[in-house]
Design a protein around this ligand. Sequence first.
Ligand code: PMP
Length: 326
Amino acid sequence: MNPRREPISSVNETIGETPLVHVHAAPDDVPVYTKLESFNPGASIKDRIGKYMLERMLERGDIEPGGTIIEPTAGNTGIGIAIAAGQLDLEAVFVVPERFSVEKQQLMRALGADVINTPSEEGMGYAIDRAHELAAELDNAAVPQQFSNPLNTETHRETTAPEIDDALDGEIGAVVVGCGTGGTLMGLAEYFLEHDPDTHIVAVEPEGSAYREFFGEDVDHEAYKTEGIGTHDIETNDLFDPELIDAIETVPDRETHEEMSRLAAEEGHLVASSSAANSVAARAVAQRIDRGDLDVPYDSVVTIFPDSAERYLSKGVYRSYEEWES
Ligand code: PMP
């Protein structure tokens, strides 16, 4: 968001500085704040890593201007990278498992990128391997690989976290954020734990996802409709450091679906499923603090709304639970 009333030279400069807003359905004494990442030009949190990773990779010489960025992505990262690549004289190619939203793939193509689909049943691990194979066939190509690139985490430690810190004068008790790659939560955790090691850090995942396997728990892997968070293969989640986590909140799709509708109807937030899961989990943590069941350095909870519902209308996110497709 550009807080200045002055013209600026490129969309890349409008990335970040998003608003932090109260979630109203929180206990009076334990406010929940959420960062509205749909205010970015590509309408998601992933614009941040697109810009940050490509700028650092160009600086380091990982890729030269005119080169090709190849990324395995569920979509939002593709849009973020496509926007940044277009402004930084780079080509972009994305490897996307079929099941992800058609809207996102159309937007990536509109931004000038190529999209290659892989079979949904092969999962994200296969898309990652395909991206590396394609990069090996080209000169001057690089795979940022958001699932293992420390620049993903660094983006949030250097941009998202200080913005939240500033807005709340450092008074953050708990950070409750859904994990896809885990980059957002890890970046926030690293920053806030350095400022106060007692900050309570909670990962959020849909029911059926396997992040709990990091803690040695057995998980019944099941398909879930919530998009953008969760994992079925923790081997691909290189950035996730269980040592930084105090708890995992598991949110069933049904609760997420109800919260998506509630956030729109009662609070004016046209946000998607990962935002709603974050909201359910953040409110639960706030209630625990309010009841005195959880001690945190400040009575406040921070979460993230990573993107907007418009990107998923074709999947029926605002229709009945049964009509919402996975
Ligand atoms: N929500 C949505 C809609 C996303 O696309 C993503 C990224 N996969 C996330 C949440 C999770 O962010 P991260 O990868 O930083 O864990």
